[in-house]
Ligand binder design. Structure first.
Ligand SMILES: C[S@@+](CC[C@H](N)C(=O)[O-])C[C@H]1O[C@@H](n2cnc3c(N)ncnc32)[C@H](O)[C@@H]1O
Length: 408
């Protein structure tokens, strides 16, 4: 009989063989190319290997070690705040002393941050003792604005994580300015904080886009494929509510040119939308606060990664604001992770979803929801919402919730 450890090891070795064949056939073999690309078969093999590796590691380490995560966000905080990657030459290396002088970070602390990042985040390499060079990851912090924003945003969140329980103990309610984020950001809710700081707002919008690329399970491509956009009649209107700079609305508009997309967000996002604008004619931006009555009559109202930012009482109010513009047959779509039963999903997927769930708690005092939660919220918002459907998109960590307005 094979032990659990043997079973996991053989999953890994079978998956590795599939990946290796594909890489050899493609002729590119550096380890980095194993990330994020490949045929359906290869992607499935990678997912199997990742899940089995995580499980095997935990089993080998045992319960005590699992209780003590070797995690500390200070290294990423320092690297991002002090733009440390910018001071490391693209080719070649720099001594810790010179890097300390260039970045303004004291040399001993710099070594601590960088050596943590090398081993935990695969950022930088020390090919020669005392000299720092770029890894693929740290180089992206030099060249890729999305990666820079994504890591900088983690800096904002890290302080919020550490105040999550304080906020729960201090404030029994769910107001956006009574969160771990608010406690660590001058008692401002995240959206008030961003409204007052355009550069941080841009960073937030860029980070949202980066996480959809860096975390393949969160890619909007699943949503594009998993919903029958092509069946919507010519001239249909889709409102992307809380659509930020329009990065998802633009994907819909570009792929389905017969649809007109209206991206709505707070005033501050208008500049980000304009900056990201392409030549598309079938998309526009409207400044709109979703706590005020909806003014655009549309066929579909989309909330992607939006309602999970709000506690139940706010979600009900947001949905109610749609009612004046809803016509029979109009659809409301929610695209975000659904709260799964414990142990019901592959390990890596569930870990990502639980991370997201606690992020929602720390930053917004909100949560991810399951099908029953969504049914109840739509019914509470208005009895005119009907025909609930709730599904996970295969391969993704995101769900699609749909309610249809039958009228009142
Ligand atoms: C987590 S982001 C998601 C953005 C985008 N839908 C995506 O998928 O990346 C939430 C968005 O809700 C917007 N938002 C927050 N409060 C809002 C309000 N009262 N009215 C309209 N948009 C709001 C924020 O500005 C932000 O762009």
């Amino acid at each position: 009989m094979t032990s659990e450890i043997g079973r996991l090891a053989s999953i890994i070795s079978r998956a590795a063989a599939t990946i290796e064949v594909s890489l050899t056939e493609r002729g590119d073999f550096p380890e980095a190319s194993a990330v994020g690309s490949g045929s359906k078969e290869v992607l499935a093999a990678k997912a199997d290997a990742i899940d089995a590796c995580m499980e095997l590691l935990d089993q080998l380490q045992g319960p005590s070690k699992c209780m003590i995560p070797l995690w500390n966000g200070a290294s990423l905080q320092a690297i991002s705040r002090h733009h440390i990657a910018n001071h490391v030459p693209i080719h070649g290396e720099i001594s810790y002393q010179d890097l300390a002088r260039a970045s303004g970070v004291p040399v001993n602390e710099l070594k601590q941050y960088i050596r943590f990042a090398i081993i935990h985040h695969r950022l930088f390499i020390e090919k020669r003792n005392g000299y720092v060079s770029h890894s693929a990851g740290s180089r992206s912090l030099l060249e890729d604005p999305g990666a820079i924003a994504g890591v900088s945003q983690l800096d904002e969140w890290y302080s919020a994580f550490s105040r999550t329980v304080d906020a729960m103990d201090q404030f029994p309610g769910h107001k956006p300015n009574e969160t771990g984020y608010a406690l660590s950001h001058g008692n401002q809710s995240i959206f008030d904080y961003l409204s007052d700081r355009p550069a941080k707002a841009k960073q937030f919008a860029d980070a949202m886009q980066f996480y959809t690329v860096a975390i393949p399970e969160a890619s909007p491509s699943f949503f594009l494929q998993g919903y029958p956009w092509g069946d919507l009649p010519r001239g249909s209107v889709v409102v992307d509510v809380g659509g930020s700079d329009g990065h998802v609305g633009r994907l819909i508009a570009q792929r389905y040119q017969h649809i007109n997309v209206v991206v709505q967000d707070l005033e501050y996002a208008a500049a980000d939308f304009q900056a990201a604008a392409k030549e598309d004619r079938n998309i526009r931006f409207d400044a709109h606060d979703f706590f005020s009555p909806q003014t655009v009559v549309a066929d579909v109202y989309l909330f992607r990664w939006v309602l999970m930012n709000w506690a139940d009482e706010y979600v009900v109010r947001i949905l109610q604001q749609l009612v004046p513009s809803l016509r029979p047959g109009a659809k409301v779509l929610v695209n975000e992770s659904l709260c799964p039963e414990s142990g019901s999903l592959p390990l890596a997927t569930e870990r990502y979803i639980r991370w997201m769930d606690l992020l929602m708690l720390g930053v917004y005092k909100s949560r991810l929801r399951d099908k029953e939660d969504w049914d109840a919220l739509f019914k509470q918002a208005d009895a005119g919402f009907d025909s609930f459907q709730c599904s996970m998109v295969p391969g993704s960590a995101m769900g699609i919730v749909q309610a249809i307005w039958r009228g009142n």
